[in-house]
Design a protein. Sequence first.
Length: 301
Amino acid sequence: MPDLNFHHLRYFRAVAHDGNLTRTAERLNLSQSALSVQIRQLEERLGHALFERRGRQLHLTEAGRIALDHADAIFSAGEELIATLRQTGTTRQVLRVGGMATLSRNFQIAFLRPVLGRADVEVVLRSGSPAELLHQLETLNLDVVLLTRPPENKADLPFVAHKLAEQPVSLIGRPDALTAGLGLGQYLASAPLILPTRDSSVRTGFDALAARLDVTPQIAAEVDDMAMMRLLAREGLGLAIMPPIVVRDELASGLLREIDRLEGLTESFYAVTLSRRFPNPLLRDLITARPADFAAGNDAD
């Protein structure tokens, strides 16, 4: 039997990651028809269709996913070989991580801490919406995605959601905003509040709590970015509803205070992966680790 043509395999891999034949052809400076011929010859050699077309997008078949796993392993091995020879035996591993744009940066650092600073590891960190990041996970451009809720599984592409931690949610503000003797319900009824937007699980829980306490909150700001909530709380715009993990440094320095814990209200953190034949070997230790600064929940950011 003739050997596998690695030029065909390389072209297939490029199209599989792009999901668009025209875009790949332009990037590789090839005609679309020439690239199609390369893919078709690989399919004939393997005996299976590798793509199916849905509208203008190409999607991998089951055989295509298997082929892509092998292609990634083959070309990654080649890259490691070059890196090994160039770096006198030191193989550098790459970990590609996606974090939803609204996720606490401190939590992301806590998750990555076991590999940060390692000479043999390069971390590529991308942010975006859950939909954008999960698409990159599907196309194998990311190894793991960090979210605050598990995604819905697809029949042909099951995600694996590893729950890393569950953080409490508190009412947080500057010390000069505190009034002696006020209870949680009084703060929620009288103080301007900085809240997550309504698509957040924390906001859903807070709205239910406000209804139970029969209070109508005074909303100073609705924010979908924890980093921005942190800044607004520091500026004293109002009291923020957020996990203390988001403002660990400010709580430690006394710039902000945890006024009260919102009982029953938590935010969960998930590491989402895709079932792969060749998972990134760095992931297992990261997912099974429970660093003290986010496992305990109280004082981490």
